[in-house]
Design a protein around this ligand. Structure first.
Ligand code: PAF
Length: 281
């Protein structure tokens, strides 16, 4: 596996790389990320290269978020990428990615106004800007993103569509701990008591999906059911949002339809957890 730290070396690598499948990350890798790399490896034929990036993007952190505290575990990340089958990891410095006087950003004005976007202003513009830059740098043919960050995935699909980027986007199922908790680099911030309650997020979403399958399709009823479940099983958390939305536009729905999604976010003391479930009523 090749480690590349500069744009110059990346350009040289890209010239001879052929078909490239790309997994962008911010490091602090866990099983969820290595699954993305392994999926990329499976998607790619023997001739293709799997490229990952590790870059903690300051643009997508709000002023009161955890940019400085975000875990940086490069040595371990590189080992995990190698084991999962990556051919190349691009791990640039800040200076290599952002000019001090940069003045262009990419802004998304619809899908990013709801769900996590409502409480994280500017976050998805930061994601769009860095993903567009990484796509320009790595020039992948395909890229892989997790469905845990469903809103991010939907916005990146929109970015690629609206800016005519020749990159095929793949959404990969969320990887979970054995008790159902979605893997996240932020799970490490949970206290033992919060960690014990955190699987309730997934359990509540499953309850809602089952209710939907048996005919409870109204947004009010479904969100109420989740609210009640969390109040009973995750009282250390504070709900940020629970929403029934369309899987593509992310706009709120009154009634579930065949391509709906329930997404939620819950604040614990030092971590805000998100999860979601697709409904195909
Ligand atoms: O999902 C992430 O880790 C980040 O948002 C991404 C896509 C790597 C952009 O910084």
């Amino acid at each position: 596996m090749t480690l590349i730290e500069t744009v110059k070396d990346l350009r040289a690598w890209r010239k001879n790389a052929g078909h490239v499948i790309f997994v962008p990350t911010m490091g602090a890798l866990h099983e969820g990320h290595t699954t993305l790399v392994r999926e990329a490896r499976t998607l790619s034929g023997p001739e293709s290269k799997v490229a990952a990036s590790i870059f903690v993007n300051p643009l997508q952190f709000g002023p009161n978020e955890d940019f400085d505290k975000y875990p940086r575990t490069l040595e371990n990340d590189l080992m995990m990428c190698r084991e999962a089958g990556a051919d190349m990891v691009f791990a640039p410095t800040m200076k290599e990615v952002y000019h001090a006087d940069r003045s262009i950003k990419i802004s998304e004005s619809s899908l990013s106004t709801v769900l996590c976007g409502a409480s994280r202003p500017g976050h998805f513009d930061g994601v769009c800007t860095v993903v567009a830059k990484l796509f320009n740098l790595v020039q992948p043919d395909e890229a892989v993103f997790g469905k845990k960050d469903y809103q991010q995935l939907a916005i990146i699909r929109r970015l690629v569509r609206d800016l005519d980027m020749p990159v095929k986007i793949h959404g990969i199922e969320t990887v979970r701990e054995s008790d159902g908790l979605a893997m996240s680099s932020r799970n490490r911030y949970l206290s033992p008591a919060e960690r014990a309650q955190a699987p309730a997020l997934r359990a509540a979403l499953i309850e809602a999906r089952e209710a939907c399958q048996s005919g409870v399709t109204g947004a009010k009823n479904l969100t109420h059911l989740i609210q009640e479940y969390l109040a009973a099983h995750a009282n250390l958390g504070r709900v940020d949002y629970i929403a029934l939305v369309d899987q593509h536009s992310l706009q709120p729905l009154d009634i579930a339809h065949s391509q709906s999604l329930i997404a939620l976010a819950v604040f614990f003391d030092k971590a805000r957890l998100i999860d979601n479930i697709e409904l195909s009523h």
